[in-house]
Design a protein around this ligand. Sequence first.
Ligand SMILES: Cc1ncc(COP(=O)(O)O)c(C=O)c1O
Length: 386
Amino acid sequence: MRLYTDTLIMTPGPTEVPERIRLAMARRTTNPDLDPGFMDLYRGVVSKLSKLLGASRSSVLVMLGEAMLGLEASIANLVRRGDKVLVVANGVFGEGFADLVRMYGGEPVVLESDWRKSIDPGDVERALERNPEVEVLTLVHCDTPSAILNPLREVAKVARERGVLTIVDAVSSVGGVPVDVDGWGVDVLIGGSQKVLNMPSGLTILTISPGAWERAERVNYKGFYLDIKLWRNVLEEGVFPYTHSDPLVRALDESLNMLFEEGLENVYARHEAARRASWKALEALGLEPYPKTLEDSSPTVTAFLVPEGVSEAELRRRVWEKYGVMIAGSWGKLEGKVLRVGHMGVQASRNYLLLAFTSLARSLQEAGFKVDVGSVVNAIDEGFKS
Ligand SMILES: Cc1ncc(COP(=O)(O)O)c(C=O)c1O
């Protein structure tokens, strides 16, 4: 028997979709190909994204398709047969870039490193020195399955100094962690809709630097749906390569309005507080964070090791079925070993995290662990105080 009717999604994307965004999607729809108002909406969204991402010299595209589309499009358009690509692989998505590079005929040079730590920019520098023929580098800003945050600014600097083009998966950091595409010299940055932006999945955000456009012209990818060249003049010509999604673009517009109304500094500080609170809650529960230190971890998600003597799936099911809170397991080599709580966008909230961690605490108690639920409440409050 279920004794509740309300649930809370605390997985690191997709997330809860806030009411304002749901209402934006529910409005009367139009024909995006013919309604000039839709083009105005799209232009407004691009301008807000440019501000969020620090992309004024770079172009901003919003393509229809979930974030994997952006990852694949970036490789398809920028990697030719035989190109060597340095793949920074300290996580599931980091490693995954190597497969995409191979699919498009490139040769990944995989820089393996400790999955529990942010990449050391010095290691990237040395790898580029050892492989001077590398022209492209891939990096994941927040590798969501392990909750690691990589030092994007520093790695982009190392790449830029060597004339290496950077492709960055920022799918689960955009909107929760500062990003400055032009200032840091990031060539291609990929964002998604279903993480910090708290929308349903369905949109890919891409920034393309002037250098990346040049390379795309040279590579001259010949597909259709992934071809970024077809998007180069959308703003000037007012025509999309295919029919866009009116409800999703309205949702993105509302999500960006929410960020700017709160103020980006406040938004980023709230995500930092959510990370602090989550780490303090783990400490109160006697659980071990997966990232080695707080600094290695992302302000948008917390990952921790499943304690000995408990099944990950069983614990997660208990938190969901008994307390109505959905938390996530992990993937690949972390599957069954790591659990995750998202604090992306609206989830980066004292109240939401209280519910997530006290439900986890109760579930651990019921599984026979000695847990002080009150200390978890204090821990969350502490995190949001400092
Ligand atoms: C870092 C990162 N990149 C890319 C993706 C792919 O996003 P999706 O398959 O949901 O479009 C995800 C989704 O979890 C992610 O966390």
